[in-house]
Design a protein around this ligand. Structure first.
Ligand SMILES: Cc1cc2nc3c(=O)[nH]c(=O)nc-3n(C[C@H](O)[C@H](O)[C@H](O)COP(=O)(O)OP(=O)(O)OC[C@H]3O[C@@H](n4cnc5c(N)ncnc54)[C@H](O)[C@@H]3O)c2cc1C
Length: 331
């Protein structure tokens, strides 16, 4: 068995934040995904961009040599079948040099896109993938299953593999920037599911601080906070981070559901995760497996998250947070 790379290009579906009026920013998770794609191929990394203003400098710095810009004819890239149709059109346009794999992010949309593509190409599609490589010419990957209690290793030996990676997951390598990536415009044939859905309205919910899945620091509040989250929010603000929450906290309505981390919430991969009054149930910790460093404040030294943490502070979270904020104010 040998670890190697594809001689064929890898296509990456990238996500942007923003809108036409204010401009678009390539998400940090997409930047990372492009750099992961670079480890899989000796050939090109090609990005598929779903808006008309690709950030070419950023894409070139991530080693992208060509950018596919599909003509969506007014259809919304929020609809997963529209994105799948665009990828199918890109694959057709690139057929002269067939793709080795297609990568996207394993978020709400990406998981559905992967399923559409797997069905279309009659190939293996894997979601929630935590690492990926090429072994003996085939995709070899891991994913966590059963609420994160098991890790599975698998391969996609034939066909066009579709891999939806957890945001921030996978080994990235520093790419060689490409001077001027080429742009490939493609026309898309829309399928019945794409014609069946029309997005009527899009309202941006103003985030307090950085987006949860993009933040370098996440302060996650658990049931142990008893709903008093002001100090945790102050710490997140001080560290330019985002507030996340456990399901117990969202169930209580202390924090909005969109901030729930875990099996039935979102996955995060920050540099620093701080769990405040969080026990560390497996349904929660499966959503933080990409975190670089885990800090926990909990009064119970037997809590599962304490065992998982790089640093644990045993004590009352309100007292500890108050002290930390005072220290930070004085620094
Ligand atoms: C199918 C399924 C899916 C699920 N999906 C999710 C999911 O996506 N995300 C998720 O989070 N959960 C999920 N859960 C729920 C999960 O199993 C746990 O119940 C939940 O994560 C617990 O949240 P918690 O840690 O906030 O609360 P608890 O488990 O109640 O933990 C509270 C912690 O706070 C500590 N504490 C108490 N008071 C203080 C204090 N004053 N100072 C410091 N520490 C204190 C306690 O020692 C304890 O460790 C799911 C469950 C199921 C069955």
């Amino acid at each position: 068995m040998s670890c190697d790379k594809f001689d064929r290009p890898v296509l990456v579906v990238v996500d942007h934040l923003g809108d036409e009026e204010n401009g678009y920013t390539l998400t940090a998770a997409s930047e990372h995904l492009l750099k992961v794609a670079g480890t899989l191929t000796n050939n090109e990394v090609i990005a598929l961009v779903l808006n008309a203003s690709p950030q070419m400098e950023k894409l070139s710095a991530c080693g992208v040599s060509r950018v596919v810009v599909p003509e969506l004819a007014g259809r919304s890239p929020r609809v997963s079948s529209v994105v799948a149709d665009a990828v199918i059109a890109a694959e057709r346009a690139l057929a002269q040099n067939p793709l080795g794999a297609i990568l996207c992010l394993s978020n709400y949309r990406g998981r559905e896109v992967a399923a559409f593509l797997g069905a279309h190409f009659r190939s293996g599609a894997a979601t929630d993938v935590t690492d990926v490589s090429v072994v003996d010419g085939a995709i070899s990957a891991h994913k966590s299953v059963l609420g994160g209690q098991w890790k599975t290793a698998f391969t996609i030996p034939s066909g066009l593999p579709i891999v939806a990676m957890r945001p921030g997951a996978g080994e990235a390598a520093e790419p060689t920037p490409v001077a001027t990536p080429g742009i490939i415009p493609v026309n898309v044939n829309f399928s019945a599911p794409s014609d069946a859905v029309e997005v009527m309205e899009l309202e941006e919910l103003k985030e307090h601080g950085p987006a949860l899945t993009e933040a370098g620091t996440v302060v996650c509040v658990g049931y142990g906070t008893d709903g008093e989250i002001e100090d945790a929010q102050a710490l997140a603000d001080r560290l330019n981070g985002a507030i996340g929450a456990t399901r117990a906290v969202c169930d209580e309505g202390w924090v909005e559901r969109s901030r729930q981390i875990g099996q039935t919430g979102v996955s995060v991969a920050p540099n620093l995760y701080i769990g405040v009054g969080v026990s560390g149930a497996i349904h929660h910790t499966c959503g933080i497996s990409g975190a670089q460093k885990i800090v926990v404040i909990n009064e119970d030294e037997e809590a599962p998250l304490v065992k998982l943490a790089d640093l644990a502070v045993i004590g009352d979270c309100h007292e500890v947070l108050a002290e930390v904020l005072t220290e930070l104010e004085q620094s």
